[in-house]
Design a protein around this ligand. Structure first.
Ligand code: FAD
Length: 470
């Protein structure tokens, strides 16, 4: 029997549920990847570094397949049309893939399944991308959790009840189909001609690089609990783009998180559970994609100004920590978790701008962009989401700066014009005296902007904006 494994956001050949099942149950397994034109045509930049990251991953997969006498089938187009074409071209009898919980992906996969079913092709899909799915972690009333801590406790209870067993899905690659792609993606970058310009990616994609980084993080994981809140150091794993594209499996991460019982390990596992939580929420409530989870907040009259949004995007708000974080995002496609919370809170509760604008901007820029985590993070910060912080809890950007970047090390990395300020003045340089500004070699209003809004006044406006819909 000939089968096809359709790779999507699981760009690896190890610990891959659909692949291992196909290898076990078929005589010959083909592997395919479709550059989805529905997604790619919506991208703003034709030189999006996420595509380069995907290419790194595909090239690595291709070289492993080549070693086993096989090749990756690569197409560009609408998967709803391309998958049936591949099935026909290669006389495939069964399709295997791992489930994806984003609304677009679910609709696409249903269409493919329906079409293939009519043609008598078997379709098998698997839970691979999360550890527990929607219906596996339920409360006493058999409903899904809408608050994280009880969800996490239940998640851990089920996990420990199965003796913390983390399956590893292996398969015999000798059973890959003998095949040579005439448009070998390693030799000829034909896809660039169609849609993309080659760019430098801030990070190299691929399972090898992912494993290297995971190994490196294991040396630091014990310090994670304290180090994870300091943006100026590499205190977190920086693995999110790799788990996003599936260069790592979620089980790779969970295995690493239970190797020891330190506080660092446990805290890291807790973050991974947040990931499952938000995937589950998006799966159960696909409407959060465009609507507030707490529907009453859809009535908010956002008072902010478009020009302030642009200044936020460009890192020109006059709030040093916010500006540093946004400039980092614009340059690297990455942003530290603490700073994501700071800039999201700043956009919604200080600039009074709809969270959806910020969410879309992150979606365009983040190398690890993941709809479930991004939407969850934004709605948490805007207090409109599931288990969000209460609306009256508003991050003070100055306090956040003093607390998490006390010496201004992070600010100096991304706002070099502020490097001459002391650790006392760098968080609010506009409050410094002309003499201090002269000594720092930076005049506020000339070399660095004045704050575009006054935090205290905006805080009051935010409170009444939210109160109005309560
Ligand atoms: P680590 O601290 O090492 O955590 C390990 C892994 O756990 C991460 O790689 C990630 O997969 C997962 N994780 C950690 N924190 C969260 C969280 N709060 N929610 C869900 N998963 C989590 N994460 C994304 O992967 N993609 C996004 O698009 C995204 N957008 C966000 C937007 C906002 C406004 C906020 C507040 C958070 C967002 N996050 C997003 C969550 C978090 O900021 C990133 O996962 C984290 O910064 C990635 O860095 P890391 O791999 O070093 O994380």
């Amino acid at each position: 029997k000939k089968s096809l494994v359709w790779l999507r956001r699981d760009l690896r050949l190890h610990d891959h549920y659909a692949l291992s099942e196909s290898l076990k149950n078929s005589d010959e397994t083909y592997v395919a990847f479709i550059f989805d034109s529905n997604i790619l045509e919506k991208l703003h930049n034709k030189n999006d570094s996420r595509v380069t990251f995907i290419m790194d991953s595909l090239k690595e997969i291709e070289s492993v397949l080549n070693k086993h006498g096989s090749s990756l089938i690569v197409r560009y187009g609408n998967p709803v049309e391309e998958i049936p074409k591949i099935i026909e071209d290669f006389k495939i009898e069964a399709l295997f893939f791992n489930r994806d919980y984003e609304p677009y992906a679910k609709e696409r996969d249903q269409k493919v399944e329906k079409d293939l079913f009519k043609k008598g092709i078997h379709v098998f899909n698997y839970k691979d991308h999360v550890f527990f799915e929607k219906k596996e972690v339920l409360n006493g009333q058999q409903e899904i959790y809408k608050v994280f801590t009880p969800y996490k406790n239940k998640w851990l209870e089920i996990f420990h009840a199965q003796e913390s067993r983390v399956p590893e899905y292996k398969g015999d690659l000798k059973k890959l189909a003998p095949y040579k792609n005439s448009k070998n993606i390693l030799e000829h970058n034909w896809y660039y001609d169609i849609c993309f310009v080659e760019t430098e990616s801030a990070l190299k994609g691929g399972a090898l690089e992912a494993q290297r980084r995971l190994k490196d993080f294991k040396n630091r994981i014990e310090d994670y609990k304290t180090a994870r809140d300091v943006p100026s150091i590499d205190g977190t794993s920086l693995l999110s783009p790799y788990i996003r594209m599936g260069n790592l499996s979620i089980r790779d991460m969970i295995r690493a998180s239970i190797e020891k019982k330190s506080e660092g390990h446990q805290t890291w596992l807790s973050e991974i559970i947040w990931r499952d939580f938000y995937q589950m929420i998006l799966d159960a409530y696909p409407g959060v994609d465009t609507h507030c989870f707490r529907t009453e907040y859809d009535q908010i009259k956002w008072l902010g100004k478009k020009e302030d949004f642009e200044k936020w995007c460009n890192g020109e708000t006059g709030y040093p920590l916010v500006d540093a974080a946004m400039r980092c995002l614009n340059t690297t496609g990455m942003m530290h978790n603490r700073l994501r919370m700071v800039v999201a809170s700043f956009l919604t509760k200080t600039l009074l701008i709809d969270w959806r604008w910020g969410e879309r901007y992150f979606a365009e820029k983040l190398l690890d962009y993941d709809m479930a985590a991004n939407n969850g993070g934004w709605q948490w910060s805007a207090s409109t989401g599931v288990d969000a912080q209460p609306y009256f809890r508003i991050f003070n950007p100055y306090n956040q700066s003093e607390k998490f970047d006390p010496k201004g090390d992070y600010i100096k990395m991304w706002c070099p014009e502020l490097a001459g300020f002391s650790s006392k003045t760098i968080h609010h340089p506009h409050d410094s005296t002309p003499l201090e500004q002269a000594a720092a070699g930076c005049f506020v209003g000339k070399d660095y902007p004045h704050p575009i809004v006054a935090y205290k006044e905006q805080r009051e406006r935010a409170l009444s904006m939210y109160k109005a819909v309560k």
